[in-house]
Design a protein around this ligand. Sequence first.
Ligand SMILES: [Zn+2]
Length: 278
Amino acid sequence: MKFVSKNTELNFVDGVGFLTFPSLSEIGCVHHAFSTRIGGVSQGEFKSMNLNFKRGDKPENVTENYRIFCEAAGFDYDTLVSSSQDHHTNVRCVTKKDCGIGIWREHDMPSVDALVTNEPGVTLVTHYADCTPLLFADPEKKVIALAHAGWRGTVGKIGQETVEVMTEQYGCDPTDIIAVVGPAIGFCCYEVDTPVYEEFACLTELKPAYFTKSLGHGKYMIDLKETNRRMLLEAGLLSINITISDVCTKCNSGLLYSHRASGGKRGGLIAMMRLEQA
Ligand SMILES: [Zn+2]
C-alpha cells in the first residue's frame, strides 16, 4: 500500500496506523490522531480497525479496537466523548462529566455533528468514511473542536456553526484558530447528481465555480474540502491557518474506509483530539 502526502503523516505504533497533521502537531497544546484501517481486530468488511458501533460489527470488537487505538495513539480510553452524528449541524459543548458518551455510555442526545471543549481531561471523537473532518484548535484560549461535514453538513455550514460556538461561548478570536480540513473524498472522486450540485451552487457567497465542475449529462464533481475551506474563511479564519489534507479516502481505500469505494460495506474512521494539560 503506497501512501503519498505533502501535509499528512502516516504513523505506526505497535502495528497501529494513524494519521497526524503537522500543522496541528506543531502548536503543541493539542494531541490529535486520525485513524486508519490498520491494526484492529475486526474481520470481513470491517477489517480491521473499525471504530464505529453502528455498522453491524461485533460491539466487543469495536471496544477492543478503541482500547488498541488509544494505547497506540496516546489517548486515555476513559476520557473519550463521541458525537452521535446524523448529518445535522448541531454543535455540543462537552466537559468531563460527558466522558464515555457514545463509547462506554449510551448516547444521551441525538443529532450532534460537532463537539467543542476547553477541558484537558476530555477527548473528542467524531466519525468518518468519505465525509469531511474539520479539526479546530485555538492555542490562545485553549479550546478545541471537531466537526463532521458530509455534503449536508457542508452546505448547512457546520464549519461556521462550530467557529461561532468557539467565539460566542469560549471567547475565541477566529484569527487565532488553527484548522485542518482532514482526509475525505476528494475532488478527484466525489461525483454527484443535479440535486446535490444545486445545493452547492446556492452557496454563491463562496463562488461555487471554485468547488464544482460539470461533467455533462447531469453529473458533477464537488470539492467538499475546498467548500469547507472557503466557509472557514467566511467565518473569519486566516488562510494561513487552514490546512487541507491532500489525502482522498476513496483513492486510499486500502488504508482508509471509503463509503463510496466499498459500496457502503465498511467500518468507520475517527478523528480524536484533546488539549494537553497546561
Ligand atoms: Zn480520489
